[in-house]
Write a protein that binds this ligand. Structure first.
Ligand code: PHE
Length: 449
């Protein structure tokens, strides 16, 4: 039988797939969101729950997404339909892909706004206006930015253009080239910042905050945030990894590849936390400061550091790059779908979705200024989109993907694709994906109601 290929292209090697999927996984979720939700949810115990979710729920579901995508070589909606048919089940399973596309558009709308903040901080750091800044001043600079819709709109628009341009370039020319250069640089700089964190007198306090497990600080809401974030940070539950999996070379082993991606993503989050919290504690700042945490802490640190203007600029550039590679992956499943289903040109599809996201993004950036009084269940639009996607849609998508992979897809197909070295490893995966992952996530849902 001739090997099936995706019409969108395929990664040159397994290594490129790891880079691209890691580029998707590692983003604002790791460097911006993880530290601030850890701060808001009390530290250590939250981190432990998050790590458990990655291992018990995230990795098994990522295995499922990759094999489903690679087997069908199509965008998530079509892939789910095709595998359901191949297993003699209802094509309605494709609907999970539809919810995923919606989640992707919703996430990208606020993601692009935050990426816009990063772009502004590249400029502010580079031109020296943040040099020797105090923590109060840093707080004021950040609030000032949020209060200024036209600046926010400018950066949000620039970022969306950057994303759309790469997605138009397609799998090989666009996504692959961007990732190859940018990912390694990010790792190096993160370790430089980590080194700085180690040299401050807040390092011990930062370390204890992240790794001292005080379960009295943990609520069910925190557990849901941890569950949701494990999906968000690994780009799961909405079809991104499935879409990227559909471009994966046939011979590459899925198991070791997925482990590598999960490991790298977790490493970046932990190192980012260990870089940021020491800065927070050595400057007497509040770890529970919320979404501004990274934007008020890092400028203070770079302001004090030798060569801080240079390293600070570089660091914000790399965060911008990490956000960029993730944003690209948020758009890709929907673009692939429109190309396959509607016969659209890649460029038309990318630009159309880009415009929708851009428009919703304006509502998100307005949440901090001209639309701050518009709330849904007490949350502004920005927070609503964040909460609804990360804490509801992605985990729900994850439950369904687990059920699909464990119960609907013929076991032989799963076993063939995953091709684990040992039979018992496959059995273990099957058990987790059938019972542990869906039940655990469902329980957390119910307890939150
Ligand atoms: N994983 C990305 C991050 O941590 C965000 C993302 C979510 C990307 C879902 C794609 C799909 O920043």
């Amino acid at each position: 039988m001739q090997e099936k290929k995706s019409i969108h292209g395929s990664w040159a090697s397994r290594w490129i797939f790891i880079l691209a999927a890691t580029g998707s996984a590692v983003g604002l979720g790791n460097i911006w969101k993880f530290p601030y939700i850890t701060g808001e949810n009390g530290g250590g115990a939250f981190v432990l729950v998050y790590l458990l979710c990655i291992a018990l729920v995230g990795i098994p579901i990522m295995l499922a997404e990759v094999f489903i995508g690679r087997r069908a070589r199509q965008s998530p909606y079509n892939a789910l339909q095709e595998l359901a048919e191949e297993s003699g089940k209802s094509k309605n399973w494709g609907l999970i892909g539809l919810m995923g596309m919606l989640a992707g558009v919703m996430i990208l709308s606020f993601y692009s706004v935050v990426a816009g903040w990063v772009l502004q901080y590249i400029v502010s750091t580079a031109n020296g206006s943040l040099n020797d800044i105090t923590s109060e001043q840093a707080g004021a600079v950040f609030s000032g930015l949020l209060a200024d819709p036209s600046t926010l709109l400018m950066w949000h628009s620039i970022f969306m253009i950057m994303v759309v341009v790469v997605v138009i370039g397609g799998v090989n020319a666009g996504i692959e080239r961007a990732t190859r250069i940018m990912m390694p640089a990010l790792f190096i700089l993160l370790f430089v910042l980590f080194g700085y964190g180690m040299s401050t007198d807040g390092f011990e306090a930062g370390w204890d905050f992240m790794f001292d497990f005080d379960f009295s600080k943990l609520t069910w809401d925190s557990v849901l945030v941890a569950v949701g974030h494990s999906f968000f940070t690994l780009s799961l539950g909405m079809g991104t990894i499935m879409a990227y999996g559909s471009y994966m070379p046939k011979r590459a082993s899925i198991g070791s590849t997925v482990l590598a991606i999960g490991f790298l993503d977790t490493l970046v989050a932990l190192v980012a936390g260990l870089a940021i919290f020491p800065i927070i504690f050595s400057n007497g700042m509040d770890p529970a400061a919320g979404p501004g945490l990274m934007f008020v802490s890092l400028p203070v640190a770079f302001g004090q550091m030798a060569g801080g203007q240079f390293f600070g600029t570089l660091f914000f550039i790399l965060i911008g790059v990490a956000a960029w590679t993730s944003a690209i992956s948020l758009l890709e499943p929907t673009v692939a779908f429109l190309v396959e289903r509607m016969g659209m040109k890649r460029s038309t599809a990318s630009i159309s979705i880009g415009i929708v996201v851009w428009a919703v993004g304006i509502l998100c950036l307005g949440s901090f200024n001209f639309m701050s009084d518009v709330t849904i269940f007490g949350k502004n639009i920005f927070d609503t989109l964040d909460y609804a996607t990360a804490n509801i849609m992605l985990p729900l998508g994850g439950i369904f993907i687990a059920l699909f992979a464990g119960w609907t897809v013929k076991q032989k197909i799963a076993a063939d694709e995953l091709n684990f070295k040992s039979e018992s490893l496959f059995k273990l995966w099957l058990f987790v994906i059938k019972f542990i992952a869906p039940v655990a996530v469902a329980i957390v849902f119910v307890l939150n109601l």
